[in-house]
Write a protein that binds this ligand. Structure first.
Ligand code: ATP
Length: 277
């Protein structure tokens, strides 16, 4: 069991170091004489080693926010700072796991080749590449599937490959964009536990975007609830559940129910257009 009741990894780290700093982020999409203000003003930080979830109603700007953090989209105003450096393009210390595992893996490559590809692009030496691929596939329980092709695997297994690929890259920040939205409930529960155990073992910082309230409370140390678009932070909710979480015990705790209700109410407020004073 880790010492920190919020579930922080055992690895020593400075809680005051901001891994990610989102400051006054605004995003207006411009096109053909029409402009859409998707994100109005988002400010929050994620400390090194934290696991933070972001929830918001559909169309709240979650994907827009994530793309800005990943350096895939320019901001209109404000900035994203990762480890002290302003993000202006895809940063080297970041890996992203998307919802659409089917489209994020190359079907003509084996599992091993898919996991290895970003490491080749990063110019990791061959021996080290082999070790990282082996370790990450073992960590997600797929050591025996190295020579399979993605289309020979179930949806849950394919998403495990995508997670292994992200983990092998040794990112400082792991972004996850609704990664389990397309898998069945049982697989989803297993993958949630996988993310928590990898996070605790590796000490990586995780920003996990989901529309699932229960998932956000089960996984996170904090849940940042977004308003509807144009987006601001409605509330940053600390999740004071015990570090050791499991699907049965944690979800049966009275505190889990309280936190879930609170986040649910916030989402209902967000849907009705409520904004912080
Ligand atoms: N390329 C674009 N051009 C114009 N408007 C856009 C563009 N992409 C997103 N939007 C608008 O920005 C707002 C936020 O969209 P975004 O996809 O970021 O929300 P989301 O929270 O990820 O949605 P969902 O939960 O439904 O996936 C929406 O009003 C959307 O219509």
């Amino acid at each position: 069991m880790t010492a920190d009741p919020t579930g922080a990894p055992a690895r020593p780290r400075s809680a005051t170091t901001a891994m990610l700093d989102v400051r006054g982020l605004q995003k207006i999409y411009e096109g053909r004489g029409r402009s859409v203000e998707a994100v109005r003003d988002l400010t929050f930080t994620v400390a090194a080693g934290e696991l933070v979830c972001i929830v918001g109603p559909s169309g709240a700007g979650k994907t827009t926010l994530l793309r800005c953090i990943a350096g895939l989209l320019d901001t209109t105003a404000g900035e994203v700072v990762l480890e002290g450096e302003r993000v202006t393009g895809p940063p080297p210390g970041m890996a992203v796991v998307f919802q659409e595992y089917g489209r994020s893996l190359f079907p003509w490559m084996t599992v091993r080749q898919n996991v290895e590809l970003p490491l080749k692009e990063k110019k990791v030496p061959k021996d080290r590449r082999r070790r990282l691929v082996q370790d990450s596939l073992e960590a997600v329980g797929l050591a025996d599937a190295q020579d399979a092709h993605p289309w020979q695997l179930s949806g849950g297994m394919q998403q495990r490959v995508a997670i292994a690929r992200a983990v092998a890259y040794e990112p400082h920040l792991l972004l996850m964009d609704e990664p389990f939205a397309a898998v069945d409930a049982q697989t989803r529960a297993d993958l949630e536990d996988l993310v928590r155990s990898l996070w605790q073992r590796l000490g990586v910082t995780v920003l996990f975007v989901t529309h699932d309230i229960d998932e956000s409370v089960y996984l996170g140390q904090r849940v940042i609830v977004l308003s509807n678009s144009p987006t601001v932070v409605l509330e940053d909710v600390p999740i004071d559940l015990p570090a050791e979480r499991d699907q049965l015990t944690t979800r049966s705790l009275p505190r889990f129910a309280e936190l879930r209700s609170h986040v649910y109410e916030l989402i209902q407020l967000a849907k009705s257009g409520h904004r912080p004073a």
